[in-house]
Design a protein around this ligand. Structure first.
Ligand code: MLT
Length: 409
């Protein structure tokens, strides 16, 4: 008899973003004339830049001639792109070997799959709130018990609260795999070098591994903040870093990302080189490489011209973030993030629960956001607004909120 993976039954809720889409659709069906402003999922809206389009076109062109046609490529990514990604890290004074770079179809699949090369017995620590993929994939893999009071048994939750400026200290107990995201989704908080050093020191002492999601690193405006965990001495011994072209180059639909697995990584039961070899084995078995067309686009993004063009798009989204934050603060809403990250993390007005506020904002202002509780129990009472959107939609959303939302002072 076929048996299903019953760990799926432990998942306390459906995946967050389809749930929001479902509720938005129901609202639109009931209110067909309403114009809804979507500031929920962090989905890019601005067109690709000229350099990027030229790169993608070059990728297509290459497929049109016998000389340049390519079929399957290396599962790890094309050499030129791996080298360009490694070179990008030299901007942060980090030296990487291109064999430590694994190109993929995005940071979400890599964040989901990376746990599969580690034992089921590992103890997992996550920031709370966190991007739901980290928790859900470990639940599915069987590393947790049931969900009780919003927390899965067996997971270590590192609370991110106003008191710790939404970035935690390392756990008191011994854990094995630690997920960190900076700039953070959803809170928009960014770890300082000192805060990351505390985690790197903890990981080296405890032979733990940090899975560092830096998908929003290009949105950092404060030069003193680290864009890569490898800016911290010793991090190559204890950290895997995942990044993406999605948000920084508009590839949410195009799909391209990468994961750095340093050769120097060690665990209690493995020597340097083993984790890199395991991820290589995993990718060569489960993945046939990112699209060759898209990888040409990625190379173009990383060119000097490509970086300059994409910086303008990033600045556009960050101007949106400023508009949202200032608009909310003008009516007395307490806001965090939105300065070095494209997310505004707001306290729900009048002590509403995150989902009650979702309904209120949708019904009264026709604005869709993301309930903080969807990212973990510590997100209850908070709400996330995304700065990805056309300017006119952002302005309209802010005007609607300012004129219709009543905040008790
Ligand atoms: C988000 O809105 O949190 C992200 O855009 C979702 C994702 O990147 O998968």
């Amino acid at each position: 008899m076929v048996k299903i993976n019953t760990n799926y039954d432990k998942l306390a809720a459906g995946y967050l973003f389809p749930e929001i889409a479902k509720r938005t659709k129901a609202f639109l069906e009931a209110n067909p004339n309403a114009e809804v402003m979507k500031l929920g999922i962090g989905n890019t809206t601005e067109p690709l830049t000229k350099s990027t389009l030229d790169g993608l076109s070059k990728g297509v062109e290459k497929l049109s001639t016998v000389e340049e046609y390519s079929g399957y490529g290396d599962e790890q990514g094309n050499t030129a792109l791996r080298e360009a990604i490694a070179k990008k890290y030299s901007n942060y004074k980090v030296a990487l070997d291109s064999n430590e770079v694994f190109v993929s179809d995005g940071a979400k699949p890599d964040s989901a799959n990376i746990q599969s090369i580690f034992s089921k017995d590992n103890i997992i620590a996550v920031q709370d709130p966190a991007y739901p993929v980290y928790v859900d994939t470990n639940v599915i893999a069987g590393r947790t018990g049931e969900s009780k009071d919003g927390q899965y048994e067996g997971l270590v939750y590192m609370s991110c609260t106003e008191e710790n400026c939404f970035f935690p200290s390392p756990p008191k107990e011994k854990v094995d795999l630690i997920y960190l995201c900076s700039p953070n989704n959803p809170t928009g908080a960014v770890a300082t070098k000192e805060q990351l050093k505390a985690f790197v020191d903890y990981a080296r002492e405890n032979k733990a591994i940090i899975i560092f999601d830096s998908a929003y690193s290009e949105f950092i405006t404060d030069e003193s903040l680290p864009r890569s965990i490898y800016e911290i001495e010793g991090a190559k011994e204890c950290a895997i870093e995942i990044n993406s072209f999605s948000k920084s180059a508009g590839f949410t639909g195009v799909r391209l990302g990468w994961t750095i697995v340093p050769k120097a990584l060690v665990t209690e039961d493995s020597d340097a080189g083993k984790i890199n070899a395991l991820w290589n084995r995993r990718q060569t078995t489960f993945f046939n490489g990112a699209s060759n067309i898209v990888q040409e686009g990625g190379l173009a993004v990383l060119s000097e011209q490509g970086q300059a063009e994409n910086k303008e798009v990033i600045n556009y989204y960050m101007d949106n973030a400023k508009i949202i934050k200032e608009g909310l603060e003008a009516i007395g809403v307490k806001c965090f993030g939105g300065v070095n990250a494209p997310y505004i993390w707001m306290k729900t007005p009048n002590n509403l629960s995150s989902w009650d506020f979702f309904d209120k904002l949708l019904n009264e202002c026709h604005v869709v956001g993301t309930p903080g509780s969807g990212f973990g129990p510590a997100g209850e009472g908070y709400f996330r607004l995304s700065a990805f959107g056309h300017r006119e939609n952002i302005l309209k959303a802010v005007e609607e909120i300012k004129s219709k939302l009543k905040v008790e002072q």
